[in-house]
Every structure is written in structure tokens, then in C-alpha cells.
Write a protein that binds this ligand. Structure first.
Ligand code: ADP
Ligand code: ADP
Length: 230
């Protein structure tokens, strides 16, 4: 069953240039997909179309069978819960603790404070931030800030997780550990899509690559990652 379907999708921001042109692919439930390509290729645009944060000029983007470009406003909150997003500008609130940052998405979904706190602690533990929940984001390392962003993205238990360059600005070892956090969520069933231009991460972890280049998306198909057995 396809969780995401692009059908002849075109996206341009004016100026007559197609940022994405004639893009068609599908992603099945449970996949772990890397979106690769040079800076400016259109990776962020692709992720924003999936998250419903942008709409195509032509073509169809389906998520869980729903046309996200044509989703009526009242279904937007549904989409926001179904998809955990970690976009480029990680909007962690600097005046709140890590714990309060993870609590935030739960306050809008109507959980009691105690149920929300239990979930927030579970999410913080899952990403390996136990003991740091009282710290403010700026007191955390770059890698731990990404972990916090992941905890906030998954705390509502979305079936789909998308992250845009989540390892930018991290050293190699921290970057690998962050990808392994995503891989762990994928292993418990969360469909996961990571955009990166880091070829070494793709070599080590990717089981499927969508290559974005000059507006076109090439499906690299299934592959065996170097660290596939771990
Ligand atoms: P990547 O994530 O691969 O670096 P992007 O999707 O951010 O690529 O950008 C692809 C192209 O689309 C770039 O040329 C960029 O300048 C352009 N672009 C992206 N977003 C916008 C926008 N909101 N307005 C105008 N141009 C944009
Ligand atoms: P609990 O049931 O107490 O929340 P779990 O160990 O089952 O504990 O889950 C830990 C956390 O993992 C969840 O609170 C949630 O933040 C996160 N999570 C998000 N999505 C999923 C998922 N699809 N499967 C498992 N865990 C998820």
C-alpha cells in the first residue's frame, strides 16, 4: 500500500523555472527513504509538498490516499498529526525546557496534563535525551537539539516522519547517531523520509534513494546499506 504518491507533480515559484517537473513516485508504508541531491535541487520543496506546507502547480500529491494539495482546511490538523516534521529551521522554543518543547504538540491534541507528561517523557527517552529534559534548547549540543526536534515530531505517534537535512551542522559521528535515531523509529513501523546531500550517510544507511536533480526525481530503487546489518 502506498503511503505517499506523487503523480506528475510540477512546482514552480514563478520566474518560469520549474523547481520540480513531472515528478512521479510512490513510497510504501514502512519504508526508509533518503532524498538526495545537491543544494538547491528541490529536496525541501519535495518534503513541503508531502507535509502539505506547499501545494503543487500541477499534478497530485497523495498522503494516505488524501490529496494534500486540495485538502479542506478542517483536515489540516489531521495531516499535522499524521506527519512528524523536522524542517530546516527547527523552531524550538528557547524560553522553555526540552520537556515543555515536547509537551507543546500534545496540548493541542487534548491530552490531560499527566497523560501528556507520560508521553513526553517516553518520547524524550526514545531519542536518548533522558536526564536532559530540564535544559533549554540552547543548552543542548547540536546533536541533542536534533534529538529534541525528533522527540517533538514523534510525540503524537505519527505514521510518517520527514526530516530536512537533520544532520546539517553536525560532525560525522553525531550525524550517524542521529540517522540511527530515525532508523530506530523506522524499525518500529514509522515510514521515514530524510533529505540529505551527505553521500556518506546514504552509503551507510539508505535502503532507497530518490535523487533530485534539476527539478527531476530519479528513483534509485532498493539498495543495501553498508551498515544494513546493524
Ligand atoms: P534543496 O532543499 O534541495 O536545497 P529547495 O527545495 O530549497 O532545494 O529549493 C529548490 C529551488 O527552489 C531553489 O532554486 C530555490 O531558490 C527555490 N525556492 C525554494 N523555495 C522557494 C520559495 N519559497 N520562493 C522562491 N523560490 C524558492
Ligand atoms: P508509551 O506507550 O508509554 O508511550 P512506548 O514505548 O510505546 O511508550 O512509546 C514511546 C514513544 O515513542 C511514544 O510515546 C512516542 O513518543 C514514540 N513513538 C512515536 N511514534 C511511534 C510509533 N509509531 N511506534 C512506537 N513509538 C512511537
Amino acid at each position: 500500500d502506498l503511503m505517499i504518491e506523487f503523480q506528475q507533480v510540477y512546482k514552480s515559484y514563478g520566474r518560469g523555472i520549474d523547481t520540480l517537473a513531472d515528478v512521479t513516485f510512490g513510497i510504501a508504508q514502512g519504508e526508509f527513504v533518503f532524498v538526495s541531491g545537491p543544494s538547491g535541487a528541490g529536496k525541501s520543496t519535495l518534503l513541503k509538498l508531502i507535509a502539505g506546507l506547499d501545494v503543487p502547480n500541477r499534478g497530485t500529491v497523495l498522503v494516505n490516499g488524501k490529496n494534500v494539495g486540495k485538502l479542506p482546511g478542517r483536515f489540516r490538523p489531521y495531516l499535522r498529526r499524521a506527519i512528524g516534521t523536522i524542517l530546516q529551521d527547527v523552531h524550538l522554543l528557547s524560553d522553555r525546557s526540552a520537556f515543555e518543547n515536547v509537551m507543546l504538540p500534545l496540548t493541542v491534541t487534548g491530552h490531560s496534563r499527566s497523560a501528556a507528561a507520560k508521553r513526553a517523557h517516553a518520547a524524550i527517552e526514545r531519542v536518548g535525551l533522558s536526564g536532559k529534559d530540564g535544559l533549554r534548547p540552547q543548552e543542548l549540543s547540536g546533536g541533542d537539539q536534533q534529538r529534541l526536534a525528533i522527540a517533538r515530531a514523534i510525540v503524537n505517534r505519527p505514521g510518517l516522519l520527514i526530516a530536512d537535512e537533520p544532520t546539517a551542522n553536525l560532525d560525522r559521528e553525531s550525524a550517524r547517531r542521529i540517522v540511527e535515531v530515525f532508523r530506530d523509529f523506522n524499525r518500529v513501523g514509522v515510514t521515514t523520509i530524510l533529505a540529505t546531500h551527505d553521500e556518506s550517510l546514504i552509503t551507510d544507511y539508505a535502503t532507497r534513494v530518490l535523487l533530485v536533480k534539476e527539478g527531476r526525481v530519479t528513483d534509485g530503487g532498493k539498495r543495501t546499506p553498508r551498515l544494513g546489518g546493524e
